[in-house]
Design a protein around this ligand. Sequence first.
Ligand SMILES: [Zn+2]
Length: 536
Amino acid sequence: MKLMFYGAAREVTGSCHCVEVNGKRILVDCGLQQGADNGFGQKFPFHAGEIDCVVVTHAHIDHTGRLPLLVKQGFKGSIFATEPTCRLLEIMLRDSAHIQELEAGWKSRKSKRAGDEGAEPLYTIADAERVFPLLVPCRHDTLIDISDGVNVKFTDAGHLLGSSYVEMWLKENGNRKKIVFSGDIGAPNHPMIRDPHYVKEADYVVMESTYGDRSHEKSFDTIASLAKVIDATLAKGGNVVCPSFAIGRTQDLLYYIREIKERGLVKSFPDFPVYLDSPLATACTRIYSADLREYLDDEALALIESGIDPLSFDGLRFVETADESKQLNDDWTPKVIISSSGMCEAGRIRHHLKHNLWRQDSSVVFTGFQASGTLGRILVDGEVNAVKLFGEEIALRCQIHNFRSMSSHADREGLLKWIDAFEKKPEKVFVVHGEKEICKMFTARLVGEGYNAMAPKYTSIHDLTTGDVVFEGRDLVLRAEQKADAVRERESAVYQRLLFAGTRLLEVITRNKGGANKDLAKFADQIDAMIKKWDR
Ligand SMILES: [Zn+2]
């Protein structure tokens, strides 16, 4: 009875854990690596054909994006997930494959021009389509027999439509253990979906720690704040650009904007147009409107009962073609544009950023987590004056807002509340799905609270019968992190030299006090010329 960590170990994306019981191997999530390169890329540290089945916590691509690769490399077993997750996966994986094909096409053309061989996509749409017949739709709160001696139950995680914790009961040679995988833990009071549930019993817990270092502002009024940004931006004649994940944040934004319009909170332009410029997000929004009522919360159901579509309003337009998308940038009517990808790594959002980042009258509103190394993270951190988009230098002059309170991840208090809900402290808590330092920090916090907690390393193996670490695994050093550190070090050393030269100049000036006026004037002229040259 063993547990292995094959992804999201001391990093946020690429979730992939494995349980081995009675000679069978079960994967929990099979996510795509996003943003910074961890040095292993998208490679599996195992043979896909050796995996017997997969259990999926929720549809986000960092938990599911390598399923087509798994199938491409020989996996033939069942993939268990809730019904909404299965429906969302068909859209998400097809889109992910489409992006892989496009990117490989660009790389191929570029490398062929350089006289090299063409690039292969990680997987194709055909590979993605081979995943769908393997999906087994399951219901929340129902015990399912998935393998010899293994039962699972999906419990509502309140993070996304259909999102779940996986409770897993294991039986091997008379030993019984229960392990709970948190997937992503939701935050309360989220539109449309129910609040996160709590689990009471486990021998082992694998939990996320995305926001293990911070608290979301509790008194933050999302609707009022969003309305204020929209009102102020449209009044100036600018656009509000929202980079948004196709599932989750997009529907939250639509839900809030419907209410903003109903309450008339945007005085400068009450009938403002809203463009949902992402066919993927549009398809996902239709899933929310489909007959999945048992997964919705009471407020959403009450709206539906009274004949109101919670995700629709006057002025909402769905942009389908790339040409229509481009035309949005030729139209100077102030507007709200919701587009993906959420971390600005690909997709139409990059065009909208190109046309709005340089405009003082426009605003960009972030609503979700931005992984290290992504364009989204660079914009949120705000440490640069310009970014490169489509080979062009774009100045950053617009207003950038980060609505962390809209995050669908629990904050530090939410994570602690979740783990404290277990009636008895688990034998061990494995902390995953957090940036390295945050993972360590949150683990230390749990240890301080009396938990036996650890942040497992990539490829580490743990014996669940004895609780021993069988193999330590290895620590990931992000290539981008290494590179950024080296650049920072070089930059700061040179800057220190410059500062030192500046103080020496001041010393030389004071030593020249009382010198001939002719010499002092010449010296001053030379310094002025130097300032003129460098003050840019
Ligand atoms: Zn997620």
